[in-house]
Design a protein around this ligand. Structure first.
Ligand code: GDP
Ligand code: MG
Length: 173
């Protein structure tokens, strides 16, 4: 099969990306996916998890629980903005993804831009589409270790997939 479950290449670097509730509401899921696709990175997660609400479109999304978000942002729990961050992140569906490719963690962070969109260069996702730090539309893991932790938190092993990208030899030398 061209599409195998549980056969993730252990050497491939992976990152966890999420379009936050504001990015989903503002119709930026396609734009963010498109930038990673055009860069040459490979989508490495399936999006078929059923969520609690019986609304069909949510099949592609994950409505994160507060428990999941407390875990995800554990290191920020003492910050004054933490309660607002949890409210913001749980306010609607999130489009969670795994992306794979060389240095995808650090390059992905550069593509997202700075945490504060107003300090983020034009051309980055946050620099092009956001204004406030508390509405910065996307998440990306900040290190390879964090990425592993976040992927395991947000996805079951079965949802992380492996397949060959036909254009690989035209992207990598
Ligand atoms: P990131 O890795 O660039 O997403 O930034 P952090 O891990 O430092 O913070 C996680 C998220 O918390 C950010 O993306 C913002 O949505 C939010 N955040 C960070 N700092 C602030 C802040 O000073 N004020 C508010 N309101 N939100 C913040
Ligand atoms: Mg972070």
């Amino acid at each position: 099969s061209l599409f195998n479950r549980n056969m993730a290449d252990p050497r491939a670097e992976r990152t966890f990306l999420a379009v936050k509730p504001d990015g989903v509401q503002r119709g930026l899921v396609g734009e963010i996916i498109s930038r990673f696709e055009k860069r040459g990175y490979k989508l490495g997660s399936r999006q078929i998890r059923l969520v609690v609400e019986p609304v069909k479109i949510l099949i592609f999304f994950l409505q994160p629980s507060k428990d999941l978000l407390h875990n995800h942002y554990a290191e920020l729990s003492s910050k004054p903005f933490f309660p607002g961050l949890i409210e913001y992140m749980s306010s609607g569906p999130v489009f969670a993804m795994v992306w794979e490719g060389t240095d995808v963690v650090s390059v992905g962070r550069k593509m997202l831009g700075a945490t504060n969109p107003r300090e983020s260069p034009i051309g980055t996702i946050r620099g092009d589409f956001a204004i406030d730090v508390g509405r910065n539309i996307c998440h990306g893991s900040d290190s390879v270790g964090t990425a592993e932790r976040e992927i395991a938190l947000w996805f079951t092993p079965d949802e992380v997939v492996s397949y060959g990208l036909a254009q690989k030899k035209w992207i990598y030398e």
